[in-house]
Write a protein that binds this ligand. Sequence first.
Ligand code: PMP
Length: 534
Amino acid sequence: MESASTEPQLTEPYLTTVLANSGLGVDYVRAEGNTVFHLDADGKEVPVTDYCGGYASLILGHNNAELTAHAKAVLDSGIPVYVQFSRHPAANRLAVKLNEIVARETGATEPYFTHFASTGAEAIETAVKHAEFDRVLKVSALMGEIEGHVAQARDAAREGRLTVADSARVKAAAGTPSGSTAASPQDALEHLLAAVARHNGEVAGRPPVLLALEGSFHGKLMGSVQLTHNSGFRSAFGGLGAQAHFLPLDQPDVLTKAVDGIRARSRVLDVVVTDGVADVVERDFPAFCAFLVEPIQGEGGIRVLDREAAEHIQRVSAAADCPLLIDEIQTGLGRTGAFLASSLVGLRGDYYVLSKSLGGGVAKSSVVLVHQKRYRGEFELVHSSTFAKDGFSTAVALKVLEMLEAEDGAAYRQAEERGEMLRAALDRVRADYPEVVKETRGRGLLQGLEFHDQSGSGSAVISSAARSGILGYVAAGFLLGAHRIRVLPTASAPNTLRFAPSLHLTEEETGHLETALRDLCALLRDQDEQRLAG
Ligand code: PMP
């Protein structure tokens, strides 16, 4: 199955060796629907059923005929693909359509404005960057207001119409100035103002607070990797960006306490003058940049956020005025039976980020939706990308939406039904091999199967693969070699296999998968390392 090329391996040579060693180094030459093909020794096509689905970017399948026909027609029409700094009506039509769908599913009555990008991580960074821009403008408005109050107090003191309150709040803020009883009101005020400026400068100088959930995956670029929980991906790059606070998904009290603690530590001081007496008050400070949430953690092992957890996150974020950024890069575009998986658990975002299936498997595209109440038009002048909002990917994405929405959303119902069929097959395997399969979970066409820890296996091959965290990859190599099934573990939970086929998953394909998984589970149970290693 490996390429017989004699060319030097100049692209990811290390990874190429790893793939070859785990039986995954295959050269796929063609793809259609849920099937990818490689060639055998005689040059004949070997079909492989693909459950990776382009890491969940192929809700319509590989090379969907209707979509590729549209893509070809778009190119044949000679539309301008790159005309930056012009009107882009196709992109706007896409934004309007996205708004219609989001309004239908979430009940939103105000619009979301859109920014386009090319990849998932880029869109996450665009969204976070917008949230930070909004936060910084709020900080500067608040600081401007406080400065105005300070100036008023100074004016009043200069005119001899002001004393400083002998309040506990003033003492807490400024301490007691030396010789305070003798100091003039003006000196006392300046002493207080210096303390206020010091405190506020310290609070405002802190990095923005970014919240994410343990197990989250939001990308691997300089900024987005800070929001990806897996320390293997993140830890070497901590010096490159603001650090996130990772909060547990299943411990609401910890989440509340963490957010309340940050709020309490992030108050700034304002000076108020009432009847000629200057006092200080604490004010809430916009410390929170964003709280990023995946409705189903994809790379984290297909962990579904339930309605209760969603409601809690919504409440805590609203109380802290922390923008909620819903990452639907993997879950969006109908995969879970709704356009937005978050809508199924009642989660409402200030931001939504979509990518993957938005490009229909033929274009690279991503989009950020920003709720009107958070939107800053000035952002449009400070953020752009050469390739964002291009004529080709937006025309393709619009067609993807039309296909999903056709016949009153038949695609969503199909995702739900086929997802149930897939899940039932996984559940049957789990029921028959409880010593091998720990759990099955997911929603619609995003399902996971987690193995029990096999590090205690009597087989040296199985136990050592389990101990080094690569059992999922060994299992994938077996399923490919022995059963022509393409499936891979999730990035941050390698003991969990992800199944993300297209809408067109058939009964026959599902039956084939079930047979293959039963074979895999039997040999793990029987510690048959000979067959596993192929
Ligand atoms: N967020 C989520 C939820 C994802 O699943 C991914 C990709 N697996 C990303 C962000 C990053 O997307 P990309 O790989 O296109 O940068």
